[in-house]
Design a binder for this molecule. Structure first.
Ligand SMILES: NC(=O)c1ccc[n+]([C@@H]2O[C@H](COP(=O)([O-])OP(=O)(O)OC[C@H]3O[C@@H](n4cnc5c(N)ncnc54)[C@H](OP(=O)(O)O)[C@@H]3O)[C@@H](O)[C@H]2O)c1
Length: 167
C-alpha cells in the first residue's frame, strides 16, 4: 500500500486554527478533490469533526482513542494508526491518502512514500502546525507555482516530494 500525505501549509508551517482551515484557496480544494476522490482517506478525529460530514466519493478512516467514537456506515474508525493501516492493507487499499491534521501528520510523515504539499505564501496565526520536511529524507520532484487571484487569496505552489532514504 502506498501512503500519500496531502497538506496545505503556510511559510511558518501553520495548517489550522480553532479546528478550521485559515485561507480561501479554491485551487487547493479542487486539487484535494481531484487527488483523493475514489480513494480511502485517513484522518484524526478532530479533522473529521472539522469536515462536518464525510466528503463525497471517499472512504473515511478516522483514528480516535475514544472507544465510543463511531462513524457513518461505509466509513471506519480505529483506535490507532497501526490498526487503520492493517485494515487498509487487509481490504486491498492500494493508495491511502493521509489528510491530517497536525497530530496525524506528525505521527505519519516519515512513514509516507509521497507528500503532496500546497505551500501557501503567507504566515498566518494558527494553533496547528505541519512538521519539518527533512531534506535528507525528502526530495522535491515537482513544483507548480501560482499567483494569487480572485479565488485564491495568497500565492501558492503545489509541491511533490518523494522519499529518498528511510528515516
Ligand atoms: N492545512 C491542511 O492541509 C489541513 C489538513 C487537515 C487538517 N487541518 C487542520 O488541522 C487542525 C486539526 O489538527 P489536530 O492536530 O488538532 O487534530 P487531528 O490530527 O485532526 O486529530 C487529533 C485526534 O486524532 C486522534 N488521534 C491522534 N493520534 C492518534 C493515534 N495515534 N491513535 C488514535 N487516535 C489518535 C485523537 O482523537 P481523540 O481525541 O478522539 O482520541 C486526537 O485528539 C484543524 O485546524 C484543521 O483545520 C489542516
Amino acid at each position: 500500500m502506498q501512503l500519500i500525505l496531502i497538506a496545505a501549509k503556510a511559510k511558518n508551517n501553520v495548517i489550522g486554527k480553532d479546528n478550521q482551515l485559515i485561507w480561501k484557496l479554491s485551487a487547493d480544494l479542487k486539487r484535494f478533490k481531484n487527488l483523493t476522490s475514489g480513494h480511502y482517506i485517513l484522518m484524526g478525529r478532530k479533522t473529521y469533526e472539522s469536515l462536518g460530514k464525510p466528503l463525497p466519493n471517499r472512504t473515511h478512516i478516522i483514528v480516535s482513542r475514544n472507544p465510543d467514537f463511531s462513524v457513518p456506515e461505509g466509513h471506519y474508525a480505529f483506535s490507532s494508526v497501526e490498526e487503520a493501516f492493517i485494515f487498509c492493507n487487509k481490504v486491498g487499499v492500494e493508495k491511502l491518502y493521509i489528510i491530517g491534521g497536525g497530530q496525524i501528520y506528525g505521527e505519519t510523515l516519515n512513514l509516507c512514500d509521497r507528500l503532496e504539499i500546497t505551500d501557501v505564501e503567507a504566515s498566518p496565526d494558527g494553533d496547528t502546525f505541519f512538521p519539518e520536511i527533512d531534506s535528507k529524507i525528502w526530495l522535491e520532484t515537482g513544483r507548480e507555482d501560482h499567483p494569487a487571484d480572485e479565488r485564491n487569496e495568497y500565492p501558492f505552489s503545489f509541491v511533490t516530494y518523494e522519499k529518498i532514504t528511510k528515516p
